[in-house]
Design a binder for this molecule. Sequence first.
Ligand SMILES: Cc1ncc(COP(=O)(O)O)c(C=O)c1O
Length: 361
Amino acid sequence: MIALNRPFVPPVEEFNDFIKSANESAWLSNFGPLETRLTEELKSYLGVENLLLVNNGSSALQVAYRTFNIKHAITTPFSFIATASTMDWLNIDFSFADIKRSSLNIDPDNVLRGIRQNQAVDSVVATHVYGNPCDVQALEALCLEYNKTLIFDAAHAFSINLNGKSILNYGDASILSFHATKIFNSIEGGAIAFKHKHDYDVAREMICFGMDKTAAINRTGINAKMNEYQAAAGLVCLRHIPEILQHRCQLYSTYQALLSDVVTFPDWHPGAAVNGAYVPVILASEEQLLAVGAAFDQHGIGFRRYFHPELHAYYPDKLTYPDTLNVARDIAPRVMCIPMHAYLTIAEVEQVSSVIRDVVS
Ligand SMILES: Cc1ncc(COP(=O)(O)O)c(C=O)c1O
């Protein structure tokens, strides 16, 4: 069996050292010493200033939306369900702008179309799909010109730099997921990187019931704090991140070398390195994808139709720019993610690639 994904698990001795310290102090949540230490280590590793850790990536999205009081966002139809469902959960309205065929990220021209056609739009929520940076310069310029809030769903984009600067420094805020299946994990967890300190201050109160540091209630809040055991898992994982990233990037380039002539990989943003978060491959047709899927089933190889269907299928009443999402609807039925994780071997990558080649060549 070759698994699609296998979470990095913290080595027990390393994890125990942190758990022991948490147990001795009996400080298990509420901005404890491990959460504080992880925040500082991540700020330095990621190259960001105003970083708020939270209990998961979905909370990060919701808190970011609430921080900017978003009422109607234009978002991408090609992302994980949480990007849009968290808006729906908060009764935020949204519409979809089609993606670019090359990168599979939201197309700034379609965002512009939506902004011009719909007065209600106050924000743009864009995902760096599979960790591949959006056209951040075009989106920033647009949002500046039309005075819209810009939030990036960077759940896949851990450790991505663009021209030497962290991708998390673009837009008004970026969110990360530290779910077990992500490159960097704290079992469950997430973060929001804010451009401005005052937005960070608002969100920090929001994730602790709306309380400030004197326990006064200043606003409506929720409980979205990261606990100490999560932070302990994160601290261990961060120590291992250099070798995890190096290994995943090597696996990714091996896949590319073995498969580029028979399947399509999304074009990666120039000026950014891959992080090996996912290996999405685009097949010639849905029939071909199903044939590869059947061969994977036979050989005990995991895969996922990620993202399928495009998000508009869940929200058919939402407006779209242009009127039909031609690119997202063309790509979603014929893209799949193939095995990628920290414990995968080159031999397994060769095996997976040869099964694909046998079907599609
Ligand atoms: C693009 C994207 N956004 C948001 C999330 C939600 O993150 P979490 O699972 O930590 O709630 C995920 C998780 O897989 C994701 O892939």
